[in-house]
Design a protein around this ligand. Sequence first.
Ligand SMILES: *[C@@H]1O[C@H](CO)[C@@H](O)[C@H](O)[C@H]1NC(C)=O
Ligand SMILES: *[C@@H]1O[C@H](CO)[C@@H](O)[C@H](O)[C@H]1NC(C)=O
Ligand SMILES: *[C@@H]1O[C@H](CO)[C@@H](O)[C@H](O)[C@H]1NC(C)=O
Ligand SMILES: *[C@@H]1O[C@H](CO)[C@@H](O)[C@H](O)[C@H]1NC(C)=O
Ligand SMILES: *[C@@H]1O[C@H](CO)[C@@H](O)[C@H](O)[C@H]1NC(C)=O
Ligand SMILES: *[C@@H]1O[C@H](CO)[C@@H](O)[C@H](O)[C@H]1NC(C)=O
Length: 706
Amino acid sequence: MRNGVRLLLLVAAMCLGAGVGATEWTHAVQLSPNYTLHWRPNESSVSFKIEARTLGFVGLGFSPKGGMANADIILLWVDDYTGEAHVGDYYATGNAKPRRDEIQNVELLEAEQNGTHTIVKFRREWETCDQLHDMALGEETVRLIWALGQKDPANGHDPSVWHGKQMRGTKSVYLKTASLQKKKKRANHQKPVRFWDVKMSNLLIPDNMDTRYWCKIFKLPYLDKKHHMIGYSPLIDPRNKGSVHHMILYECVHSRAHSMFARYIAHEGAACYSPKMPSDWEHCLTPIVTWAIGSEGELLPEHVGLPLSYTDYPSDTYFMLEVHYDNPTFKNARDNSGIRVHFTEELREYDGGVMTVGTTITPLHMIPPRQESYATAGYCSDECTSQMLPDTGIKVVSVVLHAHLAGRAMTLRHIRNGKELAPIVKDSHYDFNYQQARVLSNEVQIEQGDELIMECGYQTINRTEPTFGGYSTKEEMCLAFVLYYPQTSLAGCYSMTPVESFFSILGVSEFYDMDMAKIKKMLLHNDKDSRPKPLVDTPPAPGTPFPDSPLGGGHINDEANQKAIQALLNMKEFTIEPVDGAVDAAGILDGLRIRLPYEFQNRTILDHLQALSWTDKLLARKVEDAFYHGQHLIFCRRKDDSLAFLPKVQTLPNITHPHQTLEKSNCPVRRGAQLGMYSPNNANSLKTTIGVPLTITMIHILSKLH
Ligand SMILES: *[C@@H]1O[C@H](CO)[C@@H](O)[C@H](O)[C@H]1NC(C)=O
Ligand SMILES: *[C@@H]1O[C@H](CO)[C@@H](O)[C@H](O)[C@H]1NC(C)=O
Ligand SMILES: *[C@@H]1O[C@H](CO)[C@@H](O)[C@H](O)[C@H]1NC(C)=O
Ligand SMILES: *[C@@H]1O[C@H](CO)[C@@H](O)[C@H](O)[C@H]1NC(C)=O
Ligand SMILES: *[C@@H]1O[C@H](CO)[C@@H](O)[C@H](O)[C@H]1NC(C)=O
Ligand SMILES: *[C@@H]1O[C@H](CO)[C@@H](O)[C@H](O)[C@H]1NC(C)=O
């Protein structure tokens, strides 16, 4: 019966809806040349169609980490002899043959097998309420696992060949996301979409460096009128696939952009934010395109375009392309990667904009070692949104979340009048290798006076040393690039722990040979001519004691605060890229030797961080809480690099009505809490139960507990 026999099997579920066959599949991904998955999300459920080149079984699974462990698996096949279709809801506990769930939650819609292919359609609820064996699906990243079996399972209900000979793999996707495919259709009557390639030109990547950020200036080709950018696609040099980690295209905004940037067109580029990068380039800070590994590009929704050239004057528009190369094994590679910008003169209804929200990139963004989960927060204050957003507010279209290798969970929290609204984006399954923009199913309104908290959860369970904020993939970031409309002049709204706070939370009050001003200079890059040098070269200076700042959440000496603000005013908050032998974050901190308090005397800060007993949960939670709910120095930066107001120290708002995070679902209580999430509820209870300021002695005592 096998050869040439066409089986068309309309299963019982046919009654389900004439809709099924007729409606289009809005999303698709090719999991392998022999396996294509289509799907169609709606509010309550998701329907799938698999087209696979096999007459055996097909498997599709949803996995927390990409392997079989704890995966929720669906197996389907059409019996070669009887033509009967089978579907089963399974689970796997490890690399072993999956077991059948007690409760079956997959609905077969159609199954067909022709001479070469198996084509199956099925459906499941996002939340099946099978708390034991099904994964709740939704907007978060899902690691799909897939398998193609050569044969049908030997007996109807036992997929014993699962673990046998088969093709398989894994791929991260967002299942519940708006589809942008529709717009391809009505292309006929549209003005042609043009493109502009912005890319490196035979850039030499030296072999002595495992992280490199290269920045280069480009000029937009002459346009006689305003155009809209409507999307982009990455151009990855095939030679360096896997090494190009992310790319950001920034617009350079300055009233005299032409006289400032024309001379850089022929410039080969420079290591970003290093002393070698011309400081004029620091005006290029409005991200227009943010691409990261795993993304295939992005098309904007049909009512939004990013303006490329303005109506009033045919302007010279300049951009800076930043490419992050990451590959410890580079051998003097050459690279031509970049971005293809798609644009059109057929303007869309709204001008869009992109702003950055999150944590300043600084070594003070510290994540302790040995943490199953550890959360940090970047804060965008009500003052910034009040000053920078229009009366009508803005609408968020899509968000790119960006953290590095330790990033596990990211939530862009949204607070209005002390009440927490649903998060704008939330992902507890963040995958560093899949950073496609998340197109919101429903646009979210941000109003004047709203506050945002970019919360990042990290896992460092196997790291033995602290991780610091920085540019390398081994260091961390916590950022959201938010695409919204209508356009405003806001480029970024983010925060960092003030320098004094950082040390006081760690219970340190004074260093040898180094006063606060000097430390700030090193950590804050406030003075290009006195950039960090190896500390041995620093002439000893009288050890000026720190202002006497209470710990975690206390006030900061005003004068010191003013100084910090002064230091921060005319500079990028970015710390320096460890290029050309300059010291890195750990290097800077390792050079600071503690004088006071006595119990930590003669340790370096790095020693001190290592010596703390991070496996002690109480200590880790207290430090986490002190940083999260402690002081934040807030930057509200405009596109032209100016600050809307002086950086200001604030703590997070008191949230009176925490949002009930997940599950507006009707399921009975889900098993356990979501792994690793520091939910607002927890945060509040932490605050009340251990909201007492962390004292030196307490840390000291805690560190001796083990
Ligand atoms: C696809 O299937 C064909 C036929 O079974 C097989 O020869 C080929 O190797 C498969 N290709 C891949 C990439 O698995
Ligand atoms: C979602 O789709 C399924 C099947 O196509 C349908 O039965 C269901 O009513 C839809 N739900 C909503 C909320 O549209
Ligand atoms: C079998 O189905 C596949 C997938 O839909 C299709 O590409 C192929 O042409 C079909 N083969 C035959 C013989 O109809
Ligand atoms: C940590 O290391 C252990 C032992 O090598 C390994 O089994 C585990 O998967 C690692 N965990 C993570 C999160 O990398
Ligand atoms: C720290 O080192 C100095 C000498 O460099 C020594 O006098 C002092 O006793 C040391 N302090 C501690 C606590 O060991
Ligand atoms: C939050 O509440 C506490 C105690 O009621 C208060 O001390 C603190 O200033 C408040 N924080 C903010 C940002 O309003």
